[in-house]
Design a binder for this molecule. Structure first.
Ligand code: NAD
Length: 246
């Protein structure tokens, strides 16, 4: 798979799945733009490491995906965006009556609204370039629900809807838009929900992993960030040119 000459912007990519996808796309030859809301030396070091290991151009651009203007500015600052991976996401676990209003707003802003804002700027750039790929990171929770995750499940179902609309609006062009809906991947976002879930269900860490997280994952294994990097890379290939809206 050769993605040389293409530039990918991956939101929320200083850890976890986003970073795994950045590595996957860079190994396939794409230049990559990493992003998160922090601006630390270690964030920029991640881009430097990718550039050194793979030989592509890699940059880190700070932008807070909870803010509409910064989402749009990220794509403008990237200057080129052939591949857009909307990956930034957060989680909070609580029953609806206790769900903090600020957490609801933040999850909807970061996990759903940001993908609308980045797409709004990236799609005209893809049209001008005559090629494009939008990959929205939804979740198994974009297809099904769990208790205590109202905002996350709502946002991830929303991302699936946005994916279908984007695919229809670009159907006659060499642009595709698909959503990846992973089951559990052991990254920071999952680690952070272990303590709350232990409290909600009155379980130990091992019980939460086995009986709650992996209970509905038929393989009983976590997926890896490398596997998600390969899935995203496949969706950018010519072989996937007719896969859209899925
Ligand atoms: P993670 O916590 O490692 O990654 C989340 C990323 O989003 C980080 O890079 C973080 O810096 C970034 N981020 C958070 N708030 C941001 C903001 N305001 N602006 C910019 N960036 C921000 O967790 P992950 O598991 O790699 O999650 C990545 C995506 O995958 C999320 O959308 C998540 O919902 C989705 N997902 C994860 C799993 C899983 O089991 N880990 C399963 C399905 C879907």
């Amino acid at each position: 798979m050769d993605l040389s000459g293409k530039t990918a912007v991956i939101t929320g990519s200083n850890s976890g799945i986003g970073l795994g996808i950045a590595w996957g796309l860079a190994r396939a030859g794409a230049d990559v733009v990493l992003n998160s809301f922090t601006d630390r030396d270690e964030d920029h070091a991640l881009a430097e490491e990718i550039a050194k290991e793979t030989g592509v151009k890699a940059r880190y651009l700070r932008a807070d995906m909870s803010k509409a203007d910064e989402c749009r500015q990220l794509i403008k600052d990237a200057k080129v965006c052939d591949i857009l991976v909307n990956n930034a996401g957060i989680q909070h676990v609580a029953p609806i009556p206790d769900f903090p209003m600020d957490k609801w707003d933040a999850i909807i802003a970061i996990n759903l609204n940001s993908a609308f804002h980045t797409s709004a700027i990236a799609l005209p750039m893809m049209r001008a370039a005559g090629w494009g790929r939008v990959i929205n990171i939804s979740s198994a929770h974009g297809l099904t629900a769990s208790p205590f995750k109202s905002a996350y499940v709502a946002a991830k179902h929303g991302i699936v809807g946005l994916t279908k609309v984007t695919a229809l609006e670009t159907a006659k062009e060499p642009i595709t838009c698909n959503a990846i809906c992973p089951g559990y991947v052991l990254t920071d976002i999952v680690e952070k929900q272990v303590p709350d879930t232990m409290k909600e269900y009155d379980m130990t860490r091992d019980e939460v992993i086995k009986n709650v997280m992996l209970e509905r994952q038929p393989s009983k294994e976590f997926a890896t960030v490398e596997q998600l990097g390969s899935t995203a890379t496949f969706l950018c290939s010519d072989a996937a040119a007719q896969i859209t809206g899925t």
